[in-house]
Design a protein around this ligand. Structure first.
Ligand SMILES: [Zn+2]
Length: 263
């Protein structure tokens, strides 16, 4: 699932494949960019912001543009070597192809694909809270934004990218388990918001540079999480069956014993 660490990894893969390269072709398969041709453009860098990917390019007339894409739940970018089969996803999911002499970058099921002047990036990402894996990560600002909505459940607040950018459902469930906090707890009743935010950052940072997302330190299949995806399986701490229920627009996993509701 694309969360902040996955998008960070994706940005690095694209950066290694394309940075400094002149594009030899482009193929946009979305209506709003169908006539766009980036042939001859140079890729300066690729960066992530929460679940969004920012590919920064310079045009033949020295114009700076950013290709913005949002990975949401199902988007992905892959870099392929010349001649390699594009096997990651079905071809009908392809939204854009960028080619250089050394690589083809293929974007699957991307959302909010847009090409904008780099100076205007903030118009698309400026509303986001501090990026957990960004160079400008600001935990105090993330806590301030969370605390500004004291009645909201912490489970929903951690997913709201306007509070902090990069936590998806997996990390939300795992952080709250490790803190012993029920996902339904109102933000104002969370004992240590700063500690919660700091833990989320550490968990994401620990998974940079690998594609297996683990919060337990175990990379073997079936061992990578405490509660996420483990409905009805025994809690790794107390043995109680892990529960799964809807919370807002998403499902949440938790241990009713390790994460008691505060009354
Ligand atoms: Zn438990």
């Amino acid at each position: 699932m694309p969360e902040g660490d996955t998008v960070w990894n994706t940005a690095r893969v694209l950066h290694r494949a394309l940075a400094g390269a002149r594009l030899t072709g482009s193929d946009f398969r979305v209506p709003q960019l169908a006539t766009t041709d980036l042939t001859g453009w140079t890729v300066r860098e690729s960066a992530s912001r929460g679940k969004r990917l920012l590919l920064r390019l310079t045009g033949p007339a020295d114009e700076d543009r950013t290709l913005h894409s949002h990975l949401r739940m199902d988007g992905a970018w892959r870099a392929y070597a010349p001649g390699e089969r594009w096997s990651a996803r079905p071809a009908h999911l392809i939204r854009v192809v960028l080619r250089s002499a050394g690589a083809a970058a293929v974007g699957y099921h991307l959302h909010e694909l847009a090409l904008i002047p780099t100076a205007e990036e903030e118009s698309l990402v400026g509303h986001l809270g501090p990026d957990l894996l960004g160079p400008d990560w600001d935990p105090a600002e993330a806590v301030r934004r969370l605390a500004a909505h004291p009645e909201q459940s912490i489970g929903e607040a951690l997913l709201d990218q306007r509070n902090l950018a990069g936590v998806g459902n997996l990390y939300k469930c795992e952080v709250l388990f490790l803190r012993g906090v029920s996902p339904w707890t109102p933000v104002r009743d969370v004992p240590d918001l700063a500690g919660t935010v700091a833990l989320a950052q550490r968990l994401l940072a620990a998974n940079r540079g690998r594609w297996t997302q683990s919060t337990t330190g175990v990379l073997r299949r079936g061992g990578t999480s405490y509660v996420y995806g483990r409905r009805a399986q025994p809690c790794r701490r107390c043995g109680t069956a892990i529960r799964k229920e809807e919370l807002g627009e998403r499902v949440t996993y938790w241990c009713p014993v390790c994460q008691p509701e505060r009354t």
